[in-house]
Design a protein around this ligand. Structure first.
Ligand code: CP3
Length: 333
């Protein structure tokens, strides 16, 4: 078993495995170099040789315990034939979503359209750099994908005013997502993904009264499905107001926390293995401060199954030397 599996499945508390969200990305000069030559982000994700190379870049530099595949949660709307592009200094921009077309889409055509992702997973999981490390596949949670599908761009602080206008349509899209996200999970697992993380980046935007319908029920369905494949599932409902209730209802194998939640509260109130928490901005300060803050999380979760990670993705302006320092410090703890 890999250190992350030992922590999640066997509830080991003395290992302190570490991986970092967005560990393959813009803070690495070797990533930026490839990116410069490949302006089309979707095409880059679908080039299995380049995306494998990018996935492995951080593992060449740092002693991380996982490879998270270089892909994006928006590859699913793309697979559902919605136009998706990434604009410089703007973020994702999506086209009109056609429910009609999607209802006529079969499993085979969806899989074929994003098949390079599965080839990438095969290449990564069989690579010698991932020996005794976990290959992590992922999906966007139905709610967060719904947000992008309807909003067509990042919601930042607010959803478009008429977001909930057609509840019937939203339900139908959630149904479609349930079907194709399961296919995407299964394909990833069949290709060699050993853990699935569910990113619900916009969980914090929803009102309590809508949690059942848009977050708890749809996520539970995917968590149960992933468990049925005998693969551990980590959920990251970023900025959800009540992590404890989320865990009680959704029951992931591990929960990833953001940096606005009090780790002491989490440690006392949640019995599941915990991942993440530290503010990525800490990596922009000094080594002394980084050590103090990382140690805070390691101390709090000393007797708790804990996977070190950040409370959101590593920032592009991060100095790779700070990452190096962090990984070594966690390993030496
Ligand atoms: O290293 C890893 O974590 C694996 C790769 C990964 C990417 N996106 C690559 C990426 C993962 C796990 C994601 C997930 C993702 N994508 C999420 C959930 C996590 C989160 O950040 O909340 C979301 C919401 C998206 C959608 C998305 N993709 C946005 C909003 C953006 C633009 C903002 C940004 O950071 O540039 C992307 C683009 C993206 N996805 C980049 C990377 C490395 C940057 C692309 C570039 O080089 O310009």
């Amino acid at each position: 078993m890999t250190p992350i599996e030992e922590t999640i499945i066997n509830k080991k508390t003395n290992i302190n495995p570490i991986w970092i969200m967005r560990q393959a990305g813009r803070y690495l000069p070797e990533f930026r170099e490839i990116r410069k030559k490949n302006p089309d982000f979707i095409k880059l994700c679908l080039n299995e040789n380049l995306s494998t190379k990018i996935t492995l870049q951080p593992l060449k530099r740092f002693d991380l315990d996982a490879a998270i595949i270089f892909s994006d949660i928006l590859m699913v709307p793309y697979g559902l034939n919605q136009h998706v592009e990434f604009k410089k200094n703007f973020g994702p921009l999506l086209g009109e979503f056609s429910l009609e077309k999607v209802l006529n889409l079969n499993d085979f055509d969806f899989t074929k359209k994003i098949d390079s992702i599965y080839k990438l997973i095969k290449l990564v999981s069989s690579h010698k750099l991932t020996n005794n490390k976990s290959t992590i596949g992922f999906i966007g949670a139905p709610w967060t994908l719904l947000v992008y599908i309807i909003n067509k761009q990042s919601p930042k602080l607010k959803l478009v005013d008429n977001f909930f206008e057609s509840e019937v349509l939203l339900k139908k899209i959630l149904n479609v997502l349930d079907k194709f996200l399961k296919i995407h999970i299964k394909n990833q697992v069949d290709s060699g993904a050993e853990i699935i993380q569910i990113f619900d980046s916009w969980a914090g935007l929803i009102n309590s009264k809508d949690l059942n319908e848009y977050i708890y029920n749809p996520t539970l369905s995917l968590v149960e499905y992933t468990k049925s494949l005998n693969v551990p599932v980590i959920c990251f409902p970023r900025e959800i107001k009540d992590y404890k209730k989320y865990c009680e209802i959704v029951k992931p194998d591990a929960i990833c926390i953001d940096y606005n939640v009090d780790p002491n509260f989490i440690q006392k109130n949640i019995k599941l293995p915990i991942q993440g928490g530290m503010d990525p901005k800490i990596l922009l300060t000094s080594k002394e401060h980084l050590k103090k803050e990382a140690k805070k999380y390691l101390d709090i979760f000393k007797d708790h199954p804990y996977i070190f990670n950040l409370g959101h993705g590593v920032l592009p302006e991060t100095d790779p030397q700070m990452m190096d320092y962090l990984v070594k410090m966690v390993k030496d703890y």
